[in-house]
Write a protein that binds this ligand. Sequence first.
Ligand code: AMP
Length: 207
Amino acid sequence: MLNIVLFGPPGAGKGTQSQKLIARYNLVHLSTGDLLRSQIAQGTELGLRAKKLMDEGLLVPDEVVIGMIESQLASNTTAAGFIFDGFPRTVPQAESLDALMQRYDTGVSCMIALEVAEEELVSRLLERGKTSNRIDDQDEAKIRKRVTVYNTETAQVAGFYAAQQKFHALNGIGAIEDIFQQICTIIDQHQAATTEDTRQATDEVKA
Ligand code: AMP
C-alpha cells in the first residue's frame, strides 16, 4: 500500500495537491478537516462540539479525529492506499496512526511537508475565505491563531517521521504543477526503493 501523509500549515496547499495525488496514484483522500466539516453539515453531536473549537482555530481532541480515521480505514479495506491530509496533527495522533496501520499490515510510506512562510499563508487563506464559506478563513486573527497552533502543537510531528527516515520537505511556494511534480518524484523514488527491497528479499528466499 502507498500511504502518504501530506503535511504543512493551513494554506500550504495540502488540499490542492491531495486532489492531484489521488488521481495519479488511485488513493483514498482522508482529510480530517473535511470529515469534521461533514459532521457539522449533518448537525451531529460530534460536529457541534468540534465546530466551536474549529471556529476558534483550536485543535479538536485527539480521540475524536483518531476515531474518525479508524472508521474510515475500516470502511476502505480494499483501497490501494491513503493520502492523509491535515492528520496527524499531534504526536499522539501519529502514534495512533502507526498502531492503526499495523492492524492492516501496512504503515505510513512517507510524509511530505509543504513549507510556506506565515505572510503567504495569511494572504492565501484570506483569499480562500472570500469564497470558501469557512469562518476560520475569514478573520486574520483566527488564521494567525491556526498558524501558531501549527507551530506549537503540530510542527513536532515532522520529527516523529524524521526519526523513522520518512520525512521529506518541499518549498510550497511556486506553481501548483511544479510542486506536484516534486511530490511525485519523492513518491516514485519511495516506490522504486520498496520494489527493490521486495526483489532482494525474494532473491534471498530463493537462494
Ligand atoms: P483543516 O481543514 O485541515 O484546515 O482543519 C480545519 C480545522 O479542523 C482545524 O483548525 C482544527 O480545528 C480541526 N482539525 C482538522 N484536523 C484535525 C486534526 N488532525 N486534529 C485536531 N483538529 C483537527
